[in-house]
Structures are given as C-alpha cells and as structure tokens.
Design a protein around this ligand. Structure first.
Ligand code: PAF
Length: 281
C-alpha cells in the first residue's frame, strides 16, 4: 500500500502507473463496509493490472461553521487496515494546508442543483464538495470515479460538474450499502446511541413504504410524502425533508409523481443528521 501525504508524492506515484487504468474512490475516512463495497467495486473494475486509488481527506470547505468538522472521526490506522483488506493500491491523504495553501482563492459554483435539499440546509456545502473533488480529480487523474448513491444529490451535482467542465472521467454511482435492518451505512451512524440506532431504521422503512405505494399505483406526491413524514415522526425523528423528486432536476414533484423519481429523506436524531434515498426508475 502506498500512502502519499503530498500532491508531489502522489504525482510521483501516478507517474509510475501512467499506462494503467486508475479507478478512484474519494472518501473522508472513518471507513465502513459501505466504503468497502465501493473500493471492492473499484478493484473489480481495475482488475489486477489496474490501480485502485483512494483519498482520505476531511474537507474543511464542505462543513458549515456549526457542523462537525473538528469532531469528525479520523481513525487513520484503522482506515489504512481496511483499505489493505479491500485491496486498494494507494491512499492520497493530504493535510488541509496541502490542499488549501495560504492564498487559495478559487472555488467551483455547483449552480442551482447546489442550492436545494442538502444545499438549502447546508449553505456552501456543495461548493466545498465540487471544489475538493475537482482538485482531487486533477491530482489523481483517474479513468473513473466511484461514488455511493446514498449521497444522491452529491453524485448528481458532481456528474453535472464533470459534464460542464469537460472532465475526462467516468462517474459510476454504486448502490447504497445497508445494514441487515436496512439502515444506510454512514460514518455518522457511530454517533447514534443504541436507542437512536434502533429508531433510525424508520428512515429506510418509510422509503420502502412509499416505494411500495408507488408501485401499487399511488402517485399523489402529497400522499407519498405525508406517509414518509408520518412514519419517521412516529419513530421520534425530526424530519427535515421527505420528498419525491425528479432525479435529474431534483425538483420535488407536486401533484402526480412521474417516473423516474427519487424518494429523498433527511432526518435528525438528536444532533445527528441522516440522509437516505430510493430511486424508482
Ligand atoms: O462523500 C464524501 O465522503 C465527500 O463528500 C467527498 C466526495 C469525499 C468529498 O469530500
């Protein structure tokens, strides 16, 4: 396993594999089996002759002033052990100063998709995500990047960025990895008490219930949304949004819900925010 702490170190490594297919999985560390499924997918796509590149970087610019940047878990040794187990080849793990040296001034505006849903609750979040991912892609130069569907809006915005900025990389969205009771795997699940952990399963249950309603012919957005809100609220979670949206525009359906459609939920358990979604195509 190669561990590169600086951009120069990574570029020197990259030079030695310039003829190989590089598949990239960006992360903020605190890795769990959900990341494992992305890295293992990268391994399959790269094959034994290709390179699986990962990054571990808790990106300060995507956290708001009242968010958990300083508290965000950083179990680096454990992350390295997991990445070895999942057969990654290289980790790019820079410091904030390496990524944002004094004088850095440029950022990427994610456009209107960045102002809705998560972007409305977390102003500036997607500007930070787009900026760091553009920088990472410029450093890693992969043929493909893999992101999880759990962060649905993130993958939609980054797909748009890649198209709009003519970036020579394929974006692959991998299915959400779930615990056996359906809870979407997330680094933030570790903040939940055992009682909160049990109640958090209401999110996926609510999504599945709405999906079943949709498949049984219920297409009224108000009915689907009210059903999701009721289920989550009953479990004692605070709903931030529970919507049926167009997966391309991220605009919530009003009236009849068409296809395709993405059901999106954000809810809070104490101070922990959880998001999840189900895509109906
Ligand atoms: O999804 C994440 O972990 C982060 O938003 C990403 C894509 C690594 C950018 O910091």
């Amino acid at each position: 396993m190669h561990i590169c702490k600086t951009i120069d170190e990574f570029r020197n490594f990259r030079h030695t594999v310039s003829e190989k297919k590089v598949i990239f999985v960006p992360t903020m560390g605190a890795l769990h089996e959900g990341h494992g499924s992305l890295v293992q997918m990268a391994r399959r796509l790269a094959g034994s002759s290709g390179v699986v590149a990962t990054s571990i970087f808790v990106n300060p610019t995507q956290f708001g002033p009242n968010e958990d940047f300083h508290k965000y878990p950083r179990p680096f040794e454990q992350d390295v052990a997991n990445l070895i187990r999942w057969e990654a080849d290289v980790i790019f793990s820079p410091s904030p100063e390496e990524m944002y040296p004094a004088g850095s001034a440029t950022s990427i505006d994610p456009g209107p998709l960045g102002n809705v849903l998560e972007g409305a609750i977390r102003p500036g979040h997607f500007k930070g995500v787009c900026t760091v991912v553009a920088k990472l892609l410029g450093i890693v130069e992969p043929a493909a990047m893999i992101l999880g569907q759990k962060d649905f809006q993130q993958q939609r915005i980054l797909r748009q960025m890649i198209t709009d900025l003519n970036m020579p990389v394929e974006l692959i969205t991998a299915p959400t990895a779930r615990e056996s009771d359906g809870l979407a795997m997330s680094s933030r699940n570790r903040y939940l008490s055992s009682d909160q952990r049990a109640r958090a399963t209401a999110i996926y249950r609510a999504l599945c219930h709405a999906q079943n309603q949709y498949h049984s012919g219920i297409r009224d957005s108000a009915v689907l949304q009210a059903g999701m809100i009721e289920q989550i609220t009953q479990a004692g979670l605070e709903v931030q949004y529970a919507l049926a949206c167009d997966p391309e525009t991220l605009v919530p359906y009003t009236g009849i819900v068409g296809a395709p459609c993405v059901l999106l939920i954000a809810a809070k358990l104490g101070t922990t925010r959880l998001i999840d979604n189900v895509l109906i195509s």
